[in-house]
Design a protein around this ligand. Structure first.
Ligand code: IMP
Length: 191
């Protein structure tokens, strides 16, 4: 089955490709030569994910899914949350976002945080949501070179290394996107 993954993020494509079985042929936007930015104008992960899936499904007339992810920190009233990509500004790099978050957390005792991923699937008949989350804590500074985004400052519960230090397989097993992808896969098998 051909499935479009509506993302421009090659790291996300790699994570998802590794997890979906051979019966699904993932087409990334780069495979389709689609380079237009898809806006994320909403205040919820669900609305942003659905907007991306709907837009691309309409353009290519194929089943399409998209994910939107945020890092939610209770001690910061849920920030950066849905605004995780542009926490330190509209074109902020991952390092700038992490530095801003580490500074905001400097005096906080409660260092808990969770990643949440919402996947929106747009079929030719309608749409569905799947989600996954993982709790952990925010490190004092970035550590590790693997992963992407906020991985170097996120230490998942039960581990003492960041997602950027742990093997990718562990991130897939316990992580937000992995859980959401497994829920999506179970559903796709019923189609
Ligand atoms: P989006 O889902 O691409 O909008 O991602 C929002 C922000 O969260 C971006 O800054 C991403 O780099 C970051 N992000 C998304 N997924 C992950 C992840 O699995 N680990 C770490 N950061 C992530």
């Amino acid at each position: 089955m051909d499935l479009i993954f509506a993302t421009h993020n090659p790291n996300k494509v790699l994570e998802v490709q590794k997890q979906l079985d051979q019966s699904f042929n993932i087409l990334a936007l780069s495979d389709l030569d689609y380079h237009t930015e898809i806006p994320e104008p909403y205040e919820t992960l669900e609305e942003n994910a659905l907007q991306k899936a709907k837009t691309i499904s309409r353009v290519f007339k194929k089943i399409c899914f998209s994910d939107d992810t945020g890092l939610f920190v209770p001690a910061l009233n849920g920030a950066p949350g849905v605004y995780s990509a542009r926490y330190a500004g509209p074109k902020a790099s991952a390092l700038e976002n992490m530095e801003k978050l580490c500074a905001a957390m400097e005096l906080k005792q409660d260092r808990r945080a969770y990643f949440k991923t919402v996947i929106a699937l747009q079929t030719l008949k309608g749409f569905h949501f799947f989600e996954g989350m993982v709790w952990g804590t925010i490190a004092r500074e970035p550590v590790g070179t693997g992963g992407f985004g906020y991985d170097p400052i996120f230490i998942p519960q039960g581990y003492d290394q960041s997602f950027a230090m742990l093997p990718q397989k562990i991130k897939q097993e316990i992580g937000h996107r992995g859980k959401a992808i497994r829920a999506l896969t179970s559903f796709l098998k019923t189609l």
